[in-house]
Design a protein. Structure first.
Length: 330
């Protein structure tokens, strides 16, 4: 099962975690996380999730105290699964799951790179905002002492102020609408890799059982082909026909029991495969829709930003041209 990732507490390094902007972004990310969980076919009916949504404050505090130890154990268990799964080698891994893993690794690299560039641009633009914020009051102060240039200087002050407001909106929207969406899918790739590791562990356990059946079957074949072969058990006891038959029956019993376990683990693996494929396909479809909308929104917001800047400079230019025409007449 692919579990939607819980958003990290600190994503934007340029924002202090106690500022209003950071808290606002954190609220948006957590709301999106709850929406993902609520829309999940299996998690939406989870009892703990229902308690979280409906319980009162004191009930949540009590539940948190009761489950804190369990959460720590589960966290440790998950880490053990990661370490164990990373060390195992699957001989006949389904190529479909290999392609899944390679795709999410590549996707994470690309999104991380884009997010890193986006954050760097946001930081540069935030620094530009701080510097340009000094322009508007300077032009206004100058206008108070230069009456003949007052209209032109005031127009420039308004132009700079409008540009700054448009740039601030762009930076804030990039954090809220663009960067957060990209980072969410980077975290999603980690969740998918964890799911694939769990799926590999199930196959590894199944393959081990199959190998045990093969070894037991080979041992039985050798016993039947060479009944007089010396074994550890025949070294300390008289190897009668009864004992030979008993050993063969014991091996038959072990093979039957292992075959039952193989059937059970095989069914478990098939269910795991079907679940992973279905959830991956669903995630992939949602991902395509979300990222497409994210990039289109990003492009639209940049277009709006440049349109606002262009309009501000056109308005200022009209005032400056009007001043030139009046100066020419005088």
């Amino acid at each position: 099962m692919i579990i939607p990732p819980l958003p990290e507490k600190q994503v934007l390094k340029r924002l202090d975690r106690f500022t209003a902007d950071f808290i606002h972004l954190r609220q948006i990310a957590l709301e999106k996380f709850l929406t993902r969980v609520a829309k999940h076919d299996r998690l939406t009916d989870n009892e703990d999730f229902k308690i979280f949504l409906t319980a009162k404050a004191w009930e949540l505090t009590s539940a948190k105290k009761q489950t804190s130890g369990i959460i720590n154990k589960v966290g440790g268990r998950i880490e053990q699964v990661k370490n164990y799964a990373s060390s195992i080698k699957i001989k006949n891994r389904n190529m479909e799951f290999v392609l899944m893993h390679d795709y999410v690794v590549n996707l994470a690299e690309k999104l991380t790179q884009i997010d890193r560039i986006s954050q760097r641009i946001s930081k540069d633009q935030s620094d530009l905002l701080d510097q340009q914020a000094e322009y508007a009051p300077v032009f206004l102060t100058w206008a108070n002492s230069e009456h003949r240039l007052a209209d032109s200087l005031t127009a420039l002050s308004k132009c700079v102020d409008k540009n700054n407001k448009a740039l601030k909106e762009l930076v804030e929207s990039r954090d809220e609408k663009f960067g957060e969406n990209l980072h969410e899918y980077v975290l999603f790739t980690e969740a998918i890799k964890t799911t694939l590791r769990k799926r590999d562990r199930i196959q590894f356990q199944h393959d081990q059982l199959v190998e045990q059946v093969a070894k037991k079957t080979e041992n039985k074949r050798k016993m039947l082909e060479n009944p007089n072969a010396v074994t550890i058990s025949t070294l300390f006891a008289k190897d009668t026909e009864v004992n030979k038959q008993t050993r063969i029956e014991k091996v038959d019993y072990q093979i039957d029991e292992l075959n039952k376990q193989v059937d059970t683990s095989g069914e478990k693996m098939r269910k795991a495969d079907d679940t992973v494929k279905a959830e991956y396909d669903s995630w992939n479809a949602t991902k395509r829709t979300d990222l497409k909308a994210t990039f289109i929104d990003f492009a639209d917001r940049n277009i709006v930003y440049f349109q606002k800047c262009l309009k501000a400079w056109q308005d200022a230019l009209m005032v400056l041209q009007d001043y030139d025409s009046k100066s020419g007449k005088s």
